[in-house]
Design a protein around this ligand. Structure first.
Ligand SMILES: N[C@@H](CCC(=O)N[C@@H](CS)C(=O)NCC(=O)O)C(=O)O
Length: 197
């Protein structure tokens, strides 16, 4: 999901790039050559003339800023904060909620086999998505308001994961309409719809 955020942002900005795959299924991110780029041993990493940059949301903000694209990330401080608020919410509150349930139910990762913890994580995930639903019911368009921004790249991919994970979900009409709206964007189709979650 974090790599896809960056690919989707590059696509929205019309930026050509070369992609090198590291991590699950490819060369290990614990390789010293990779750790020299990101000491956390995590993808994505962006490399441009200024050197390597890690943390997916930071990379997306940087790319929009570097291109001077004020539609994906407004320049006016309050409008910008409205986009960043939801991006930060995604990496902090929403990610913390789904982490255990996603590993247990979608990845079937070893060590994630506690039914109580799985149930708690599903409940927290559904509660967070209900909060997003209330926000989308208010804007009747995108997360930060009337127009598509970086916040929708982060939350569009998060919504895709929520819908694809095998678990009980409440019906959230505004989230469903939002997901259908995002699906009409070609860059979303290229970078999200083929992903399992
Ligand atoms: N906070 C980081 C998290 C990055 C992250 O968790 N990346 C995962 C893939 S989505 C990873 O590199 N896992 C180790 C691996 O694939 O080897 C970000 O948003 O960039």
């Amino acid at each position: 999901m974090n790599v896809r955020k960056v690919l989707w942002t590059l696509d929205e900005l019309g930026l050509a790039h070369e992609r090198e795959d590291w991590g699950a299924g490819f060369a290990s991110t614990r390789d010293p050559a990779f750790l020299a780029l990101n000491p956390n041993g995590l993808v994505p990493v962006l490399i441009d003339a200024a050197g390597p940059l890690w943390e997916s949301n930071t990379i997306c903000r940087y790319l929009a800023g570097r291109q001077g694209d004020a539609s994906l990330l407004p320049l006016e401080p309050r409008a910008r904060a409205g986009v960043e608020q939801w991006m930060d919410w995604q990496v902090t509150e929403l990610n913390s909620a789904w982490r255990y349930a996603f590993q247990a139910l979608s990845r079937r990762a070893p060590g994630y086999d506690d039914p109580g913890l799985t149930q708690d994580s599903v409940a927290a995930w559904n509660a967070a998505m209900s909060l997003l639903d209330a926000r989308l019911a208010l804007t009747a368009a995108f997360v930060a308001g009337e127009t598509f921004t970086l916040a929708d790249i982060c939350l569009g991919l998060a919504t895709h994961r929520w819908l694809r994970t095998p678990m009980a979900r409440p019906t959230l009409p505004a989230v469903e309409t939002y997901y259908a709206r995002l699906r009409t964007r070609p860059a979303f189709a290229s970078h999200a719809l083929d992903a399992v979650a």
